[in-house]
Design a protein. Structure first.
Length: 166
């Protein structure tokens, strides 16, 4: 099994105003691009997992990053490090998608403490990337649960995790 690809984020917006004799324009166009090759070093990954989850309530779900998730090839995705987390909250959600905050076995080294959460508002996107060789370490059995839940009601979301199996 080999992984290759790229991470790309493109930001584009225009800000205009009305002046007496012209229309001032401030155009933002920024693209961040990082090619990824197979491996475990800088700008390298060898495992990914993705899913569209629906009907997640306030009790949430714990995504076990070390040995439970099944990738698109039908193989168990066991992460030793996470290098990219992407969560997109469905626009129709009535509440926020909350990422993080598991009480005891939290995958937390990407936040300050186990109780920290990221609120992804309806239609919003959370993206965290760490392409260095270490990424965010996953510790099987003690630090491998990524909690995702709804702030209220039920929510749907897309999630992508990319990292290293070693």
């Amino acid at each position: 099994m080999a992984l290759t690809g790229s991470w790309m984020v493109q930001l584009a917006s225009e800000l205009t105003a009305t002046a007496d004799f012209s229309t001032p324009l401030d155009r933002l166009m920024r693209t961040y691009f990082l090619p990824i090759t197979d491996g475990v070093g800088l700008n390298q990954c060898n495992q990914h997992w993705h899913d569209q989850r629906t009907g997640v309530g306030t009790g949430g779900e714990n995504l076990d990053l070390a040995g439970v998730l099944v990738n698109g090839l039908g193989q168990t995705a066991t992460f030793a490090r996470i290098k990219l987390i992407c969560v997109f909250a469905a626009l129709a959600n009535s509440g926020n998608v909350q990422v993080g905050g598991h009480a005891t076995l939290a995958f937390i080294n990407w936040v300050a403490s186990a109780t920290d959460i990221i609120n992804v508002r309806p239609g919003g996107l959370f993206l965290l990337a760490a392409p260095d060789a270490t990424g965010y370490a996953v510790t099987a059995g003690t630090g491998d649960l990524l909690t995702v839940k709804a702030s209220s009601g039920t929510v749907s979301y897309d999630i992508v995790l990319v990292g290293g199996a070693t």
